[in-house]
Structure formats: C-alpha cells, structure tokens
Ligand binder design. Structure first.
Ligand code: FES
Length: 242
C-alpha cells in the first residue's frame, strides 16, 4: 500500500506500486542508471528512484529529473516497462506479453459476500507451477498423503471418470468417500461423501467445489488454487477457501 513491492514472475523481477490511479506493475529497473526501483519509495502518488530521485507516475512516465531545472523537457523514452494489471479476488494479475490470451477465471463465489472467506498465507514451493497444479488436481494421492484427515486409506483404487475440455480449461467431477475423523466439524461419522467438482482455467488456476450432500444442498466449501510461476522450478501458491 505505501511502499513498492518486489516480486518475481517467470524470472522477471517486477516492482508493484499502488497509486490513486491504480496499481502499476513494471520491470524493477530505473531507466536512468538501472537501479532497482524496489529500493525507492512512494511520494505523492509517484515512485521515486533511490539513486538520483527520478520520479515515475501511474503510467510509468518519468515526471521529474531532480538534477535538471523543473521546466526542462524530459525524454518520452524515460518511461518504465509496464505491464497490464488487474486487481481481482484479492490478487494482482499481470501478463508479461502485454496482451493476455485469455480472460481471468470467472469465480462468482469469490465475490459473493454470503460466503465466509479465508485467505491462507502464500507459500513458495520448489517446483514448477504446472507440477503444483497437477498435485492439486490429483485425487489418487488422498489415501496416502492425507491419511489422518480426509484421505481414506481403504479407497486407494479409483473409478474411471470423464474429463471435459472447456473453452479455457478442463472440468471434471468425482465422488469421494472421505475419512471423517473426530477433528472434523462435519459430525462424528467415520466417512463422509464429498462430491468434488474441479474447474481448471488454464494454465494455472483451479476452483474446486466440495459438496457434502449428506449435510444438505448448501453444505459445501470451495477452494481456489492459483499457481504463480516465479521461475521454471519455483512457484508461489495463492490459496483461498470460501
Ligand atoms: Fe534511478 Fe538514477 S538510477 S534515478
């Protein structure tokens, strides 16, 4: 909110800063002598470079070179390499090619105040974004990795199911008889049926709706999993539950 934030996306170091005109996402590079802009600060809606004080506005344009008289013309080339940005679902989305091939995922529940909303802290994993998404989509590990919570050790064998290809991803459903140990808030039955619906927005965003039909038609929770590729072999997870 009040200072520039540094993040990495696909090996590109970015600076993100917030102005009253919106969020700016730019390469973390001052056009003067190549200093990192994340070392600078925000002042009156502008990003100030720590090295010689050049100031950049909401559109990335340099508005002031302090070593020059105030009226002197500033080259239009003194402009940050900015990327489009959208703020939605509590995240800032950008696109390094400058022109997204697809729209953002449509997740109406994520903007519905009738849902209780839980943000989990972001996590960094030493794997590719694709591998993390693969893990989130994979049901056959439940019986092993999730023993002790919902993973049912007696249900390792899966039944076949269909995967539908949608305009921007994949869709499939799977009924899973989950373990329901005493720590569960869903009552003390040894197992409970989960109807799971996976909706993938390629490449790396997934909505998983888990419905408990034995508990009523509104008994469900939804998990939103978005994998941000920091690098080829590193990623950051944005994980929310409604
Ligand atoms: Fe940024 Fe000189 S390097 S103002």
């Amino acid at each position: 909110a009040d200072e520039p934030l540094g993040v990495t996306l696909l090996d590109e170091d970015l600076v993100i800063y917030r102005t009253s005109g919106g969020v700016v996402v730019a390469r973390d590079l001052c056009l003067h002598r190549g200093s990192r802009l994340t070392l600078g600060w925000l002042d009156s809606d502008e990003l100030v470079c720590r090295y010689h004080g050049w100031r950049y506005s909401v559109d990335g344009r340099c508005t002031r070179v302090p070593s020059q008289p105030a009226g002197r013309k500033i080259s239009p080339r003194a402009r940050l390499f900015t990327y489009p940005s959208v703020e939605r679902y509590g995240m800032i989305w950008t696109c390094l090619s400058g022109s997204p091939k697809e729209d953002l995922p449509e997740w109406p529940e994520a903007e519905d105040p009738d849902y209780l909303w839980l943000n989990l802290p972001t996590q960094e994993w030493r794997t590719s974004a694709a591998r993390q998404v693969e893990n989130f989509l994979d049901i056959s590990h439940f019986s092993f990795v999730h023993r002790g919570t919902f993973g049912n050790p007696d249900l390792a064998e899966m039944t076949d199911f269909d995967v539908e290809i949608t305009p921007n991803g994949l869709h499939y459903e799977y009924p899973y008889v989950a373990s329901n140990p005493d720590i569960s808030a869903l009552g003390s039955t040894p197992t409970i049926l989960r109807l799971m619906t996976y909706e993938v927005t390629l490449p790396f965003a997934v909505k998983l709706t888990i419905h408990y039909p034995e508990k009523g038609k509104d008994a469900k929770h939804i998990i939103f999993n978005t994998a941000s590729p920091t690098s080829a072999k590193r990623m950051r997870i944005f994980f929310f539950i409604a």
